[in-house]
Every structure is written in structure tokens, then in C-alpha cells.
Design a protein around this ligand. Structure first.
Ligand code: OSB
Ligand code: MG
Length: 370
């Protein structure tokens, strides 16, 4: 597979509903899309999940654009790349910038699936025909609005409800939700809003039988998470702090958590994500696929990822219409009344990219030819 042309685009997509976490509010997503065109004339896509600001991680769309254009594209353009898992070594000299790297690497996997005539799911080692879906619900302005959102998502069939929380927006919400829905799969995500000094407070949540507490402490820590895990019964799930296979192995050996959220962009691409999946499986630790408010391209890739065997918990991969008035793929992603997405079996990502829609949303464009 010779990479003849690489096209970068920034698209801007207004979210159907603003998304509020402990690190901020998102109303419009600025998304970097990567399009690869091979010598054979095949077209493949990747999505960079870096945010508008460096609040979730130290990457943001503008740093990703700069690094992609100045450092990553030159290492791939015009090169013969046999398969997606050869990409990490080609980009290895560049340290960090995992979300930027993942967009390119994942596009190469997308291309490889097309060349081999298999679904992306099969190529990655997927075994599931359908995946279980949960939702991540941002913080609302009032308790009433928060409960109404939970009600709406349960009615839509989602199998797990995740509540964003932070100091001052935690226990009261859990009490109210548990009062109305004592038995649902419920979790929370603090996005690093707490400190070890909050351990006693966090321990009081054990009574809510949460499925997990996601990334309660610092974004770059899994040492003190181990101490917190020893002081609470509820399982900790690690998100932000797991950057690669060594982090995963170290965190699981330390006992920093008992569940992993795998985000393909956060760990630098499918190759690393698959290894982390395997490490967790080896430790008997379940994983699930996180989300980064992706457009249809990243969502299609997340569906394929979620089809691997150790993705045994419902992920944050939900329907297009939860995010967008109109998605950039055809068909859009839908979730059944049972809270499942069917994994496409067609060749490649299994969703057609609506290039007219992409063009209409594009605010920045750069093209590189071999
Ligand atoms: O921590 O999982 C997170 C969105 C942006 C950044 C971080 C996170 C999230 C979500 C939303 O929780 C998941 C989704 O629905 O895409
Ligand atoms: Mg998270």
C-alpha cells in the first residue's frame, strides 16, 4: 500500500447538546480528519480525537495539526506501508502526540482492511457481532435536568449510565439516581477532579454500588490511584493516565484500578490499543471503549475496536444522533432498543463517508502528494 496522497481537514461540528465535564464545556467540536489515498486509488479515513483545548490531555487540535503536517505526514507520504501495525515504528522518533499519530495509523488500518477485503473489526481481531452501549452524560444545570437526561437514555435502551461528577456535583446526584433506579448499571467519571485527601469522601459512594469510578485522581497518576483503590470497595477505572502498554501493565500490577477504559486515540492507535486489551485480558481485567465525542469516522473505528473479546462492559460508543444533527457517515450509527450496535461485516470501516457533508463542514484544508 503506497500512500500517494494525504489530506488534512479541520471540520467544525456543533454538538446537539453541550457536553460539560469537570474540565470544561464543549459546544462545538473542531475535528481533524485525515484522508489517505493509496496508489490503487483507495480512500481511507482517520479521526484525531484531540480536543479544542488541552484540558483532557496535553494535546489539542492545533498541536495535532502542526505535528501531523510538519513531522508525521513526511514520515508516511509516498512510503510503502504493508499494514497498520507497521506505522508506530515509522512515527516512533516523534515522542508523544499520540492522538495525532492515531489518526494516521488508524487510517492505514482502514486502508489495510479495504485492500485485504475484510471488515475492520475482523482485521483488528474482533469476535463480536454486536457491541453493548452505554452513555456518558455531561453535567446539567440542575438536578431535575440531570434526572431527565438519565430517564431519556434509559428509555432509549442504553445499558449503562455514566455520570460526570466533581466535588459539589456528586453524592446528591448518586442518591437521586439510585432512589429512582436502584438496579441500573451506573458509573461516574471525575476526569481527575479529586485528590487523595478526598479518599474518605469517595469511600462513602460504596453504598451506591457503582460499576466503577473513572479517573478520580490526577490525569497523569496511577501510583496514588492504587492507594485510593485500597481504601474503597468500588472498582476504579483508569482513563487519562493509561498512555501505552507499560502504563497498563504497571497500573494493573500496582492495583491502581480493576477496569480499563481504552480510547484508541489516547494510546496512539489501534496497535497499542490491541496490546493493552490483551494485557488487561491476561490480568483478568475487563475493558470498555471510551469516547471522545467523535464524528462518525472515529465512531466507526470505535465500533470495530469494541468487537474484541475482552470488551465485556458497555462502552461510551453511542448513537450518532446523541451528538450530531447530521453525522458525516452513511448510514449514521444507530443503537437498538436493547442498547446494542451491530458491528458491520462489510469490507473496511463499514460506513460510507459523506464527502459532500465533510466539505460543507471544512474550515481548514491541506493536501500533500508524494
Ligand atoms: O473522560 O470519557 C471521558 C468526552 C470527552 C473527553 C473525555 C471523556 C468524554 C466522555 C464522552 O466521557 C464520551 C462520549 O460519549 O464520546
Ligand atoms: Mg473518562
Amino acid at each position: 500500500m503506497k500512500l500517494e496522497r494525504i489530506i488534512l481537514r479541520e471540520i467544525q461540528m456543533p454538538l446537539a447538546h453541550p457536553f460539560v465535564t469537570s474540565f470544561g464545556k464543549t459546544t462545538t467540536r473542531r475535528i481533524l480528519l485525515v484522508e489517505l489515498i493509496s496508489e490503487e486509488g483507495l480512500t481511507a479515513w482517520g479521526e484525531c480525537v484531540a480536543g479544542e483545548h488541552p484540558y483532557f490531555s496535553d494535546e489539542m487540535i492545533d498541536t495535532a495539526w502542526l505535528i501531523t503536517e510538519s513531522e508525521l505526514v513526511p514520515r508516511l507520504l509516498g512510503k510503502e506501508v504493508a499494514q497498520g501495525d507497521h506505522v508506530p515504528a515509522m512515527l516512533e522518533q516523534v515522542r508523544g502526540h499520540r492522538m495525532a499519530k492515531a489518526a494516521l495509523e488508524n487510517a492505514v488500518w482502514d486502508l489495510e482492511a479495504q485492500v485485504k477485503g475484510v471488515s475492520l473489526s475482523k482485521l483488528l481481531g474482533g469476535t463480536r457481532e454486536r457491541i453493548a452501549c452505554g452513555v456518558s452524560i455531561g453535567m446539567q444545570d440542575t438536578m431535575e435536568a440531570q434526572l431527565a437526561k438519565v430517564e431519556q437514555e434509559i428509555a432509549a435502551g442504553y445499558q449503562r449510565i455514566k455520570l460526570k461528577c466533581k466535588p459539589g456535583w456528586d453524592t446528591a446526584i448518586f442518591v437521586a439516581v439510585r432512589e429512582r433506579w436502584p438496579d441500573i448499571l451506573l458509573s461516574c467519571d471525575a476526569n481527575s477532579a479529586y485528590r487523595l485527601s478526598d479518599a474518605d469522601h469517595i469511600a462513602t459512594w460504596d453504598e451506591f454500588k457503582l460499576l466503577m469510578i473513572e479517573q478520580p485522581l490526577w490525569y497523569d497518576d496511577f501510583f496514588f490511584h492504587a492507594e485510593l483503590q485500597r481504601r474503597i470497595q468500588t472498582d476504579i477505572c483508569l482513563d487519562e493516565c493509561i498512555r501505552n502498554r507499560r502504563d497498563a501493565e504497571a497500573a494493573l500490577r500496582l492495583g491502581s484500578g480493576r477496569i480499563l477504559n481504552i480510547k484508541v486515540g489516547r494510546v496512539g492507535g489501534f496497535t497499542e490499543a490491541i496490546v493493552i486489551h490483551d494485557i488487561a485480558q491476561h490480568h483478568g481485567v475487563p475493558v470498555w471503549c471510551g469516547g471522545m465525542l467523535e464524528s462518525g469516522i472515529g465512531r466507526a473505528h470505535n465500533i470495530a475496536m469494541s468487537s474484541l473479546p475482552n470488551f465485556t462492559l458497555p462502552g461510551d460508543v453511542s448513537a450518532s444522533k446523541r451528538y450530531w444533527a447530521q453525522d458525516i457517515i452513511e448510514p449514521e450509527v444507530t443503537v437498538s432498543a436493547q442498547g446494542e450496535i451491530i458491528v458491520p461485516t462489510a469490507t473496511g470501516r463499514g460506513f460510507h463517508v459523506d464527502s459532500g457533508r465533510v466539505d460543507a463542514l471544512t474550515v481548514r484544508h491541506a493536501q500533500f502528494s508524494a
